[in-house]
Ligand binder design. Structure first.
Ligand code: GLV
Ligand code: MN
Ligand code: MN
Length: 442
Protein backbone atom coordinates (compact mmCIF):
# COMPACT_ATOMS: atom_id res chain seq x y z
CA UNK A 1 0.00 0.00 0.00
CA UNK A 2 1.56 3.28 -1.08
CA UNK A 3 0.89 6.68 0.42
CA UNK A 4 -1.95 7.43 -1.96
CA UNK A 5 -3.59 4.14 -1.10
CA UNK A 6 -3.12 5.01 2.56
CA UNK A 7 -5.27 8.07 1.92
CA UNK A 8 -7.87 5.96 0.20
CA UNK A 9 -7.83 3.50 3.09
CA UNK A 10 -8.55 6.34 5.46
CA UNK A 11 -11.35 7.48 3.17
CA UNK A 12 -12.87 4.06 2.97
CA UNK A 13 -12.84 3.67 6.72
CA UNK A 14 -10.28 0.86 6.57
CA UNK A 15 -8.32 2.52 9.29
CA UNK A 16 -9.27 2.43 12.92
CA UNK A 17 -12.01 4.38 14.62
CA UNK A 18 -10.60 7.76 15.53
CA UNK A 19 -11.91 7.28 19.05
CA UNK A 20 -10.48 3.94 19.98
CA UNK A 21 -8.15 2.38 17.47
CA UNK A 22 -4.50 2.72 16.66
CA UNK A 23 -2.91 3.61 13.37
CA UNK A 24 0.15 1.84 14.72
CA UNK A 25 -1.69 -1.46 15.09
CA UNK A 26 -3.25 -1.11 11.67
CA UNK A 27 0.08 -0.42 10.09
CA UNK A 28 0.99 -3.94 11.13
CA UNK A 29 -2.13 -5.36 9.47
CA UNK A 30 -1.73 -3.42 6.24
CA UNK A 31 2.01 -3.40 6.10
CA UNK A 32 2.11 0.40 6.03
CA UNK A 33 3.72 2.91 8.25
CA UNK A 34 1.52 5.67 9.55
CA UNK A 35 2.82 9.00 8.24
CA UNK A 36 5.39 10.96 10.20
CA UNK A 37 6.67 14.50 9.78
CA UNK A 38 10.26 15.21 8.76
CA UNK A 39 11.59 16.22 12.18
CA UNK A 40 14.93 17.53 10.93
CA UNK A 41 13.24 19.81 8.40
CA UNK A 42 10.77 21.06 11.00
CA UNK A 43 13.54 22.02 13.42
CA UNK A 44 15.54 23.59 10.59
CA UNK A 45 12.57 25.79 9.71
CA UNK A 46 12.23 26.82 13.35
CA UNK A 47 15.89 27.85 13.39
CA UNK A 48 15.48 29.78 10.14
CA UNK A 49 12.39 31.57 11.45
CA UNK A 50 14.30 32.61 14.58
CA UNK A 51 16.44 34.95 12.44
CA UNK A 52 13.57 37.41 12.06
CA UNK A 53 13.76 39.86 14.95
CA UNK A 54 16.64 37.98 16.61
CA UNK A 55 18.04 39.60 19.78
CA UNK A 56 21.71 39.50 20.84
CA UNK A 57 20.75 37.88 24.16
CA UNK A 58 18.83 35.13 22.32
CA UNK A 59 15.16 34.91 21.43
CA UNK A 60 13.30 37.44 19.32
CA UNK A 61 11.45 40.70 19.42
CA UNK A 62 8.98 40.18 16.61
CA UNK A 63 6.20 42.53 17.58
CA UNK A 64 3.04 42.27 15.54
CA UNK A 65 3.07 44.79 12.66
CA UNK A 66 6.83 45.39 12.89
CA UNK A 67 9.19 44.96 9.94
CA UNK A 68 10.48 41.74 11.53
CA UNK A 69 6.91 40.40 11.67
CA UNK A 70 6.34 41.24 8.02
CA UNK A 71 9.63 39.67 6.92
CA UNK A 72 8.91 36.52 8.92
CA UNK A 73 5.50 36.30 7.27
CA UNK A 74 7.18 36.47 3.85
CA UNK A 75 9.39 33.56 4.91
CA UNK A 76 6.31 31.64 6.05
CA UNK A 77 4.55 32.29 2.73
CA UNK A 78 7.51 30.67 0.95
CA UNK A 79 7.34 27.59 3.17
CA UNK A 80 3.64 27.32 2.53
CA UNK A 81 4.12 27.38 -1.24
CA UNK A 82 6.84 24.70 -0.90
CA UNK A 83 4.27 22.64 1.00
CA UNK A 84 1.87 22.92 -1.99
CA UNK A 85 -0.47 25.14 -0.01
CA UNK A 86 -2.22 28.14 -1.53
CA UNK A 87 -1.76 31.06 0.86
CA UNK A 88 -3.91 34.18 0.97
CA UNK A 89 -4.14 37.10 3.40
CA UNK A 90 -7.65 37.52 4.76
CA UNK A 91 -9.15 40.97 5.37
CA UNK A 92 -7.99 40.85 9.01
CA UNK A 93 -4.38 40.22 8.00
CA UNK A 94 -4.24 36.52 8.92
CA UNK A 95 -2.36 34.18 6.58
CA UNK A 96 -4.68 31.38 5.47
CA UNK A 97 -3.14 28.65 3.31
CA UNK A 98 -5.49 26.15 1.76
CA UNK A 99 -5.26 22.59 0.57
CA UNK A 100 -8.22 20.99 -1.16
CA UNK A 101 -9.95 17.94 0.30
CA UNK A 102 -11.60 15.06 -1.50
CA UNK A 103 -15.01 16.41 -0.60
CA UNK A 104 -15.13 20.10 -1.50
CA UNK A 105 -18.57 20.35 0.12
CA UNK A 106 -17.11 19.80 3.57
CA UNK A 107 -16.15 22.63 5.87
CA UNK A 108 -12.40 23.11 6.31
CA UNK A 109 -10.35 21.90 9.23
CA UNK A 110 -8.12 24.74 10.46
CA UNK A 111 -4.80 24.32 12.25
CA UNK A 112 -1.94 26.70 12.96
CA UNK A 113 -0.68 29.25 15.47
CA UNK A 114 1.10 32.64 15.47
CA UNK A 115 4.59 33.98 14.78
CA UNK A 116 4.43 37.39 16.48
CA UNK A 117 6.22 37.67 19.84
CA UNK A 118 6.24 39.69 23.03
CA UNK A 119 9.11 42.19 23.47
CA UNK A 120 12.27 40.15 24.14
CA UNK A 121 10.39 36.88 23.75
CA UNK A 122 11.55 33.39 22.82
CA UNK A 123 11.85 31.29 19.68
CA UNK A 124 9.15 28.74 20.45
CA UNK A 125 5.92 30.44 21.58
CA UNK A 126 3.65 30.27 18.53
CA UNK A 127 6.52 29.35 16.22
CA UNK A 128 6.41 25.66 17.13
CA UNK A 129 2.73 25.38 16.23
CA UNK A 130 3.14 27.47 13.08
CA UNK A 131 6.12 25.57 11.68
CA UNK A 132 4.55 22.24 12.66
CA UNK A 133 1.29 23.05 10.90
CA UNK A 134 3.18 23.77 7.68
CA UNK A 135 5.28 20.63 8.18
CA UNK A 136 2.10 18.56 8.54
CA UNK A 137 0.81 19.99 5.25
CA UNK A 138 4.12 19.27 3.56
CA UNK A 139 4.09 15.70 4.89
CA UNK A 140 0.60 15.14 3.53
CA UNK A 141 1.67 16.54 0.15
CA UNK A 142 4.81 14.40 -0.06
CA UNK A 143 3.00 11.26 0.97
CA UNK A 144 0.13 11.81 -1.45
CA UNK A 145 -2.50 11.89 1.28
CA UNK A 146 -5.64 13.84 0.46
CA UNK A 147 -7.96 14.37 3.39
CA UNK A 148 -11.75 14.29 3.17
CA UNK A 149 -12.01 17.85 4.40
CA UNK A 150 -10.29 20.85 2.85
CA UNK A 151 -7.47 21.98 5.14
CA UNK A 152 -6.41 25.51 6.07
CA UNK A 153 -3.12 26.27 7.78
CA UNK A 154 -3.56 29.58 9.61
CA UNK A 155 -0.95 31.98 10.92
CA UNK A 156 -2.91 34.39 13.10
CA UNK A 157 -1.85 38.02 13.26
CA UNK A 158 -1.12 39.75 16.58
CA UNK A 159 -1.80 36.91 18.99
CA UNK A 160 0.33 38.48 21.69
CA UNK A 161 -1.46 41.82 21.64
CA UNK A 162 -4.79 40.13 22.35
CA UNK A 163 -5.79 37.54 19.71
CA UNK A 164 -6.65 40.30 17.25
CA UNK A 165 -6.56 38.15 14.10
CA UNK A 166 -8.47 35.19 15.47
CA UNK A 167 -11.02 37.39 17.25
CA UNK A 168 -11.67 39.20 13.96
CA UNK A 169 -12.53 35.80 12.50
CA UNK A 170 -14.70 34.75 15.46
CA UNK A 171 -16.55 38.09 15.44
CA UNK A 172 -15.34 39.11 18.93
CA UNK A 173 -13.23 42.08 17.76
CA UNK A 174 -15.05 45.37 18.36
CA UNK A 175 -14.67 48.41 16.06
CA UNK A 176 -13.34 50.47 19.01
CA UNK A 177 -10.45 48.04 19.48
CA UNK A 178 -9.13 48.92 16.02
CA UNK A 179 -7.85 52.16 17.57
CA UNK A 180 -5.88 50.37 20.33
CA UNK A 181 -2.18 51.10 19.94
CA UNK A 182 -0.06 47.95 19.61
CA UNK A 183 3.48 47.56 20.94
CA UNK A 184 4.81 48.31 17.44
CA UNK A 185 3.40 51.83 17.76
CA UNK A 186 0.81 51.20 15.06
CA UNK A 187 -2.88 51.05 15.84
CA UNK A 188 -4.57 47.72 15.16
CA UNK A 189 -6.21 49.32 12.10
CA UNK A 190 -2.84 50.51 10.76
CA UNK A 191 -1.31 47.12 11.51
CA UNK A 192 -3.96 45.22 9.61
CA UNK A 193 -3.37 47.43 6.57
CA UNK A 194 0.42 47.05 6.98
CA UNK A 195 0.08 43.25 6.84
CA UNK A 196 -2.04 43.33 3.69
CA UNK A 197 -5.48 43.14 5.28
CA UNK A 198 -8.41 45.25 4.15
CA UNK A 199 -10.27 47.31 6.74
CA UNK A 200 -13.11 48.04 4.33
CA UNK A 201 -13.79 44.34 3.99
CA UNK A 202 -13.01 43.34 7.58
CA UNK A 203 -16.38 41.62 7.96
CA UNK A 204 -15.45 39.22 5.15
CA UNK A 205 -12.85 37.63 7.45
CA UNK A 206 -15.56 36.61 9.89
CA UNK A 207 -16.75 33.05 10.03
CA UNK A 208 -19.90 31.78 11.62
CA UNK A 209 -20.43 28.77 13.83
CA UNK A 210 -20.51 25.81 11.51
CA UNK A 211 -18.21 27.37 8.87
CA UNK A 212 -15.26 25.43 10.28
CA UNK A 213 -15.23 21.66 10.85
CA UNK A 214 -12.66 21.83 13.63
CA UNK A 215 -9.56 23.62 14.90
CA UNK A 216 -6.29 22.15 16.17
CA UNK A 217 -3.27 23.98 17.57
CA UNK A 218 0.09 22.73 18.79
CA UNK A 219 1.91 24.96 21.29
CA UNK A 220 4.62 24.84 23.91
CA UNK A 221 3.31 24.45 27.47
CA UNK A 222 4.96 27.70 28.71
CA UNK A 223 4.90 26.22 32.22
CA UNK A 224 7.05 23.51 33.75
CA UNK A 225 4.68 20.69 34.66
CA UNK A 226 5.12 18.38 31.64
CA UNK A 227 8.91 18.46 31.92
CA UNK A 228 8.84 18.03 35.70
CA UNK A 229 6.59 14.97 35.49
CA UNK A 230 8.24 13.51 32.36
CA UNK A 231 5.04 13.69 30.29
CA UNK A 232 5.44 13.96 26.50
CA UNK A 233 2.15 15.57 25.51
CA UNK A 234 -0.32 17.90 27.22
CA UNK A 235 -3.96 17.76 26.15
CA UNK A 236 -5.52 21.12 26.91
CA UNK A 237 -8.83 20.92 28.74
CA UNK A 238 -9.49 24.65 28.76
CA UNK A 239 -7.85 28.02 28.19
CA UNK A 240 -8.01 30.84 30.71
CA UNK A 241 -10.03 33.96 30.13
CA UNK A 242 -7.99 37.15 30.02
CA UNK A 243 -9.08 40.75 30.50
CA UNK A 244 -6.71 43.67 30.12
CA UNK A 245 -7.25 47.31 30.98
CA UNK A 246 -5.33 50.53 30.52
CA UNK A 247 -5.32 52.32 33.88
CA UNK A 248 -4.77 56.07 34.00
CA UNK A 249 -3.95 57.63 37.37
CA UNK A 250 -4.33 61.38 37.40
CA UNK A 251 -2.73 63.59 40.05
CA UNK A 252 -1.05 66.96 39.72
CA UNK A 253 2.43 67.58 38.31
CA UNK A 254 4.37 70.06 40.41
CA UNK A 255 7.87 71.12 41.46
CA UNK A 256 9.67 68.28 43.28
CA UNK A 257 11.74 70.69 45.35
CA UNK A 258 9.19 73.26 46.48
CA UNK A 259 6.04 71.19 47.03
CA UNK A 260 5.86 69.88 50.62
CA UNK A 261 5.25 66.15 51.09
CA UNK A 262 1.77 66.70 52.55
CA UNK A 263 0.61 68.78 49.57
CA UNK A 264 1.35 66.39 46.74
CA UNK A 265 -1.01 64.61 44.39
CA UNK A 266 1.61 62.12 43.26
CA UNK A 267 0.16 59.80 40.61
CA UNK A 268 3.12 57.42 40.80
CA UNK A 269 2.78 56.99 44.55
CA UNK A 270 -0.89 56.08 44.04
CA UNK A 271 0.10 53.72 41.23
CA UNK A 272 2.66 52.03 43.47
CA UNK A 273 -0.04 51.39 46.07
CA UNK A 274 -2.27 50.13 43.27
CA UNK A 275 0.34 47.58 42.12
CA UNK A 276 0.56 46.24 45.66
CA UNK A 277 -3.24 46.16 45.95
CA UNK A 278 -3.63 44.10 42.77
CA UNK A 279 -1.27 41.47 44.14
CA UNK A 280 -2.98 41.49 47.54
CA UNK A 281 -6.53 41.18 46.18
CA UNK A 282 -5.71 38.48 43.62
CA UNK A 283 -3.95 36.36 46.24
CA UNK A 284 -6.66 36.88 48.85
CA UNK A 285 -8.89 34.08 47.51
CA UNK A 286 -8.03 30.44 46.79
CA UNK A 287 -7.58 29.31 43.17
CA UNK A 288 -5.30 29.61 40.15
CA UNK A 289 -6.28 33.19 39.22
CA UNK A 290 -3.46 35.59 38.39
CA UNK A 291 -3.22 39.37 38.17
CA UNK A 292 -0.41 41.50 36.75
CA UNK A 293 0.56 45.13 36.25
CA UNK A 294 2.97 44.57 33.36
CA UNK A 295 3.60 48.06 32.03
CA UNK A 296 3.85 51.43 33.73
CA UNK A 297 4.81 54.93 32.61
CA UNK A 298 5.04 58.05 34.77
CA UNK A 299 4.50 61.45 33.15
CA UNK A 300 6.05 63.84 32.50
CA UNK A 301 8.92 61.60 33.64
CA UNK A 302 11.63 63.83 35.12
CA UNK A 303 13.58 63.48 38.38
CA UNK A 304 12.55 66.94 39.54
CA UNK A 305 8.82 66.79 38.70
CA UNK A 306 6.17 65.06 40.83
CA UNK A 307 4.42 62.69 38.40
CA UNK A 308 1.08 64.16 37.40
CA UNK A 309 -0.08 61.13 35.48
CA UNK A 310 0.63 57.43 35.30
CA UNK A 311 -0.52 55.08 32.59
CA UNK A 312 -0.24 51.39 33.41
CA UNK A 313 -1.93 48.12 32.54
CA UNK A 314 -3.93 45.63 34.56
CA UNK A 315 -4.38 42.04 33.45
CA UNK A 316 -6.52 39.39 35.17
CA UNK A 317 -6.77 35.70 34.18
CA UNK A 318 -8.86 32.74 35.28
CA UNK A 319 -10.78 29.84 33.78
CA UNK A 320 -13.92 31.36 35.32
CA UNK A 321 -15.01 34.66 33.74
CA UNK A 322 -17.18 35.53 36.79
CA UNK A 323 -14.16 35.30 39.07
CA UNK A 324 -12.28 37.79 36.88
CA UNK A 325 -15.21 40.19 37.20
CA UNK A 326 -15.34 39.81 40.99
CA UNK A 327 -11.60 40.49 41.31
CA UNK A 328 -11.92 43.51 39.05
CA UNK A 329 -14.72 44.94 41.17
CA UNK A 330 -12.53 44.55 44.27
CA UNK A 331 -9.55 46.19 42.56
CA UNK A 332 -11.48 49.21 41.28
CA UNK A 333 -13.01 49.79 44.74
CA UNK A 334 -9.54 49.65 46.28
CA UNK A 335 -8.21 52.03 43.60
CA UNK A 336 -10.85 54.59 44.56
CA UNK A 337 -9.80 54.27 48.21
CA UNK A 338 -6.12 54.69 47.27
CA UNK A 339 -6.92 57.76 45.20
CA UNK A 340 -8.72 59.40 48.13
CA UNK A 341 -5.53 59.13 50.22
CA UNK A 342 -3.62 61.67 48.10
CA UNK A 343 -6.17 63.35 45.84
CA UNK A 344 -5.65 61.28 42.71
CA UNK A 345 -8.18 59.53 40.47
CA UNK A 346 -8.13 56.20 38.65
CA UNK A 347 -9.77 55.58 35.27
CA UNK A 348 -9.99 52.10 33.73
CA UNK A 349 -10.40 51.46 30.01
CA UNK A 350 -10.80 47.86 28.93
CA UNK A 351 -8.35 46.99 26.15
CA UNK A 352 -9.64 43.55 25.26
CA UNK A 353 -11.09 40.32 26.51
CA UNK A 354 -10.26 36.72 25.63
CA UNK A 355 -13.13 34.62 26.87
CA UNK A 356 -12.29 31.38 28.73
CA UNK A 357 -12.67 28.39 26.41
CA UNK A 358 -13.04 24.69 27.13
CA UNK A 359 -11.64 22.35 24.51
CA UNK A 360 -13.87 19.78 22.77
CA UNK A 361 -14.04 16.41 24.53
CA UNK A 362 -13.90 14.48 21.21
CA UNK A 363 -10.80 16.43 20.22
CA UNK A 364 -9.21 15.57 23.54
CA UNK A 365 -9.94 11.89 22.84
CA UNK A 366 -8.41 12.11 19.36
CA UNK A 367 -5.26 13.76 20.68
CA UNK A 368 -4.96 11.13 23.41
CA UNK A 369 -5.36 8.38 20.79
CA UNK A 370 -2.76 10.00 18.54
CA UNK A 371 -0.32 10.14 21.46
CA UNK A 372 -0.97 6.45 22.15
CA UNK A 373 -0.32 5.64 18.47
CA UNK A 374 3.11 7.13 18.96
CA UNK A 375 3.68 5.46 22.36
CA UNK A 376 3.83 8.89 24.00
CA UNK A 377 2.60 9.68 27.48
CA UNK A 378 -0.05 12.38 27.81
CA UNK A 379 -1.96 14.32 30.43
CA UNK A 380 -5.06 16.50 30.36
CA UNK A 381 -4.24 19.96 31.73
CA UNK A 382 -5.43 23.60 31.72
CA UNK A 383 -3.70 26.42 29.83
CA UNK A 384 -2.76 29.51 31.82
CA UNK A 385 -1.63 31.24 28.64
CA UNK A 386 -4.03 32.67 26.10
CA UNK A 387 -4.24 31.19 22.61
CA UNK A 388 -6.00 31.84 19.32
CA UNK A 389 -7.64 28.47 19.92
CA UNK A 390 -9.94 30.13 22.43
CA UNK A 391 -11.42 32.36 19.75
CA UNK A 392 -11.82 29.34 17.45
CA UNK A 393 -13.54 27.40 20.25
CA UNK A 394 -16.52 29.73 19.84
CA UNK A 395 -16.93 28.53 16.23
CA UNK A 396 -15.92 24.87 16.13
CA UNK A 397 -14.68 21.86 18.11
CA UNK A 398 -11.25 22.93 19.36
CA UNK A 399 -8.29 20.78 20.41
CA UNK A 400 -4.90 21.91 21.69
CA UNK A 401 -1.69 19.95 22.07
CA UNK A 402 1.16 21.01 24.40
CA UNK A 403 4.80 19.94 24.36
CA UNK A 404 7.16 20.49 27.31
CA UNK A 405 8.91 23.82 27.94
CA UNK A 406 12.32 23.35 29.51
CA UNK A 407 12.30 24.81 33.06
CA UNK A 408 8.86 26.27 32.33
CA UNK A 409 10.40 29.46 30.90
CA UNK A 410 8.40 31.41 28.32
CA UNK A 411 7.96 34.99 27.07
CA UNK A 412 11.70 35.25 27.68
CA UNK A 413 14.88 34.66 25.64
CA UNK A 414 15.64 31.40 27.48
CA UNK A 415 12.38 29.81 26.32
CA UNK A 416 13.32 26.36 24.96
CA UNK A 417 11.65 23.13 23.90
CA UNK A 418 13.70 20.10 22.89
CA UNK A 419 13.74 19.26 19.18
CA UNK A 420 12.56 15.70 19.89
CA UNK A 421 9.59 16.98 21.91
CA UNK A 422 8.66 19.34 19.10
CA UNK A 423 8.73 16.47 16.60
CA UNK A 424 6.51 14.42 18.94
CA UNK A 425 4.04 17.27 19.08
CA UNK A 426 4.00 17.69 15.30
CA UNK A 427 3.37 13.98 14.82
CA UNK A 428 0.52 14.08 17.33
CA UNK A 429 -0.89 17.05 15.41
CA UNK A 430 -0.63 15.09 12.15
CA UNK A 431 -2.30 11.94 13.48
CA UNK A 432 -4.98 13.82 15.44
CA UNK A 433 -5.78 15.77 12.28
CA UNK A 434 -6.12 12.56 10.23
CA UNK A 435 -8.25 10.97 12.93
CA UNK A 436 -10.53 14.01 13.09
CA UNK A 437 -10.74 14.09 9.29
CA UNK A 438 -11.91 10.50 9.10
CA UNK A 439 -14.22 10.81 12.10
CA UNK A 440 -17.82 10.19 10.99
CA UNK A 441 -18.97 13.14 13.10
CA UNK A 442 -16.49 15.71 11.77
C1 GLV B 1 -0.12 34.82 25.26
O1 GLV B 1 0.96 34.31 25.11
C2 GLV B 1 -0.57 35.16 26.58
O2 GLV B 1 -0.96 34.25 27.32
O3 GLV B 1 -0.44 36.34 26.94
MN1 MN C 1 1.54 31.68 21.94
MN1 MN D 1 2.82 34.26 24.08
Amino acid sequence: MNRREFGAAVAGGLLSSPFAGSLGRLSGVFGLTAPRVDGARLNRHLTELSRFGANPQGGVTRLAYSDADKQAREYVLGLMRDAKLTPTIDAAGNIIASRPGRDAGRKPILFGSHIDSVPEGGNYDGNVGSMSAIEVAQTLAEQGITTRHPLQVVIWQNEEGGLYGSRAVSGQLTPEELQNVSRSGKTIAEGITFLGGDLQRLASARRAKGDIAGYLELHIEQGGTLERDHIDIGIVEGIVGIKQWEVTVTGFANHAGTTPMDQRHDALLAAARFVEAVNRIVTSVPGRQVGTVGRIQALPGAPNVIPGQVVCTLELRDLDAAKIDTLYAGITAEATRIGRQNGTTFAFRMLHENVPAPSDSRMRGLIAAAARDLSLTSRVMPSGAGHDAQAMATLAPMGMIFVPSVAGISHAPKEFSKPADIVNGANVLLLALLRFDESPRS
